[in-house]
Design a protein around this ligand. Structure first.
Ligand code: MF3
Ligand code: CO
Ligand code: CO
Length: 278
């Protein structure tokens, strides 16, 4: 069967001022972020050959319900696509992002899979993703891609401090990733996150130092670079959601939700035992 594809269009800039949260709202965001990280800690325990992406979705759904939270992706609407059917996104191999969980998509030894969760707890969103190697047969190149995509995220995080600008984040990410020959996806971006899933500012994963919007204390947003073994260009499959690399190359992504503080940055979605790679 021939896959129906359309070109990805760049995500429009999200207009309006970037929200800044007060102390009580920040506490709520810490709780939502912590819960999002706990979901991925549970997913990490379950990922292995023979498990379907549909099973991972049900794990996320049940833990989310048990906490009295809901999954922001479920029923999420985007122009030109049906409501998103999953509780998380599961993006395997050449899928860049927004892969739809599916009982028929059984993970195989050698796959790589990104799982992206966004629970809404107490009215606030925690948004985070990780890429996992499935089994023991993942190629050294693919393992290096996963590690380098994670390093790219953390280089972006290290660029966050009050008075820095969004372009500093993008420059830190792309200059590293491109120096290693990877393609940095341009059609999908990080975003403000809080009471709403996607707000200003738009966080491009490429940019010029000193350019873009200033980062100010109380802003909460994601950084979520998608790094390809080949070219950066993506296409959308006929389901209206699944974004794949145009050249079929592998893609890896990592995402954290950040808070700009007076001193620098706080990572709201740190996993248990997670230590920065830098
Ligand atoms: N969690 C994704 C993000 O990082 C968005 C997923 S939207 C969905 O922004 F509808 F596909 F779930
Ligand atoms: Co996000
Ligand atoms: Co996400």
């Amino acid at each position: 069967m021939v896959k129906r594809i359309r070109k990805s269009r760049a995500r429009p800039r999200r207009p309006g001022p970037s929200p800044r949260l007060g102390p009580a709202e920040i506490e709520e965001m810490r709780a939502a972020g912590r819960f999002a990280a706990e979901l991925l800690d549970a997913v990490a325990e379950r990922v292995r050959p023979g498990v379907s992406t549909g099973e991972l979705d049900r794990l996320v759904e049940s833990l989310t319900r048990a906490r009295g939270a809901r999954s922001a992706p479920h029923g999420y609407r985007s122009a030109g696509a049906p409501p998103f059917p999953g509780h998380c996104c599961t993006s395997v191999n050449d899928v860049v992002c927004h892969g739809i969980p599916d009982d028929a998509r059984v993970l195989r030894d050698g796959d790589i899979v990104n799982v992206d969760v966004t629970p809404v707890l107490g009215g606030f969103h925690g948004d985070t993703s990780r890429t996992f190697a499935v089994g023991d047969s993942v190629s050294p190149r693919a393992r290096q891609l996963i590690a380098d995509a994670r390093r790219a995220l953390w280089l972006g995080i290290r660029a966050v401090l009050p008075g820095a600008r969004t372009g500093d984040i993008g420059h830190a990410i792309a200059s590293f990733a491109e120096s290693r020959g990877y393609g940095v996806v341009r059609e999908f971006t990080g975003h403000g996150v809080g009471r709403q899933f996607h707000t200003a500012p738009t966080i491009y994963h490429y940019g010029r130092p000193g350019a873009g919007e200033p980062l100010l204390p109380g802003m909460t947003f994601t950084i979520e670079p998608m790094i390809n073994l080949g070219h950066w260009r993506t296409q959308i499959l006929g389901d209206g959601w699944t974004a794949v690399t145009a050249d079929g190359s592998l893609s890896a992504q990592w995402e954290h939700t950040l808070l700009v503080t007076e001193e620098g940055v706080e990572v709201l979605t740190l996993g248990s035992g997670e230590t920065p790679p830098l």
